[in-house]
Design a binder for this molecule. Sequence first.
Ligand code: UDP
Length: 238
Amino acid sequence: MEKRELLYEGKAKKLYKTDDKNLLIAEFKDDLTAFNAQKKGSEDGKGAINCQISANLFKLLEENGIKTHLVETLDKNNQLVKKVDIIPIEVVVRNTATGSLSKRLGIEDGKVLPFTLVEFYYKEDDLNDPIICSQHALLMGLVEKREQLEELVEKGKKINEVLKEFFVKRRLNLVDFKVEFGIDRDGEIILSDEISPDSCRFWDMDTNEKMDKDRFRQGLGSVKVAYEEVLNRILEEK
Ligand code: UDP
């Protein structure tokens, strides 16, 4: 499958049209951004690592009954994916308090939450991706029906269950993550975008070291080393 016209360029990926109107090519970039792109950087090879991480996790989720947009990996930076209409809601799933949750509500950083928290953020850079409630999402027409919001919560929780168990075996604590969903041509809500250390927080269960984009956000260094380690652990047979 060949790349045709560039359809969209985001912070971490480019999306290209193909000769099949139902399929796109997603190219993973080496760029890193944080704080709504106020901090910018790049790590050689990061795109290829995330492409592999995301493909492996999407395959794992498919095996567990969660439909995704992934069709196949084409080469180290490129995936063939189903074209979907992205729902402009970032679904954030949290097991442990940190980041904006701790900042906003004063919940102690590192506190294990008594239940899995699922939050919605409106995907709109100009507004700084504000947190929203279900009524806001309906009011703005981000989805058509309330049931679709319930489906996003259910899918977020299911993804969390599968990934959390997978990563515990690899001595990584899945602290929180962000996922995006799209509506495919059959009207079904499917997992889209990516799941990688750019969009998840992983803490090493033995050393408590951060193994994700917080290394870039907080200027801790060794960003690529940490991403590579996450990939290596994903590839471990368990
Ligand atoms: N996240 C993301 N993209 C965003 C915002 C958050 O992938 O635009 C991820 C982030 O990596 C973390 C989770 O969502 O795994 C929760 O992030 P949080 O709300 O704590 O935001 P932050 O502290 O990064 O501003």
